[in-house]
Write a protein that binds this ligand. Structure first.
Ligand code: HEM
Ligand code: ZN
Length: 179
């Protein structure tokens, strides 16, 4: 994962638990906390920080990963507003992630570890995203979808079935807008 992801995790922990909270997470994880946004660090390092944050905050790691995805959207909007502003709404935005957003991210960070999404069942009010990644961060994807929905002020229902954590070869995220 790129250092920028670590920066965003630090911002989230600091916002909620202060600098002391972040320092406690670093200590628990045995990390010096020196991350450069364009550098690449092992995925295990990020997961170690999430596990440490779970210890420090008492929240399940799964819940933190979701909250992290949700929080990331605010940071992405600050850094890349055009991706959001060019979309007419949540579904329109989500279908651009694989074809446009992550393609541009790859140009910026050539060694980024990005997932692969395919889409089907796309209508005005629904879409299915099939998520494939060796990192199996589908909870992060769920959080990113939640944050994006908040950005566009849209309500939705999500069905996540099947899931790679249950042995499937991809996670299918079925999103239906609720009006
Ligand atoms: C403007 C919006 C977005 C930007 C700029 C963006 C950018 C990024 C970046 C920089 C990474 C980390 C790559 C690395 O550390 O090597 C990443 C990873 C990821 N992104 Fe996005 N992203 C955006 C929206 C989304 C949305 C809406 C979703 C899901 C619906 C999504 C799904 C993911 C997932 C699941 C990962 C983790 C890596 C993996 O699963 O393999 N992204 N993205
Ligand atoms: Zn899944």
């Amino acid at each position: 994962m790129k250092g920028v992801v670590f920066d965003i995790l630090r911002d989230m922990v600091e916002e909620q638990f202060g600098l002391a909270g972040w320092n406690a997470v670093l200590e628990q994880a045995g990390s010096d906390g020196l991350y450069l946004s364009t550098q690449t660090y092992p995925d295990a390092e990020l997961l170690g920080l999430v596990a440490a944050a779970s210890q420090v905050t008492g929240k399940p790691a799964d819940e933190l990963v979701f909250a992290f995805g949700d929080f990331m959207v605010n940071e992405f909007y600050k850094r890349f507003p055009d991706f959001f502003d060019n979309a007419s709404g949540l579904i329109d935005f989500l279908v651009t992630i694989d074809r446009i957003v992550h393609v541009e991210v790859r140009k910026l960070y050539p060694d980024a570890a990005l997932p692969h999404f395919t889409y089907d069942n796309q209508h005005r009010d629904e879409v299915t995203m099939h998520y494939r990644s060796p990192r199996k961060l589908c909870r992060l994807a769920e959080g990113l979808i939640a944050g994006s929905a908040r950005h566009f002020a849209e309500q939705y229902q999500l069905k996540h079935d099947p899931c790679m954590h249950q042995g499937a070869d991809c996670c299918s995220l079925h999103i239906t807008l609720v009006r």
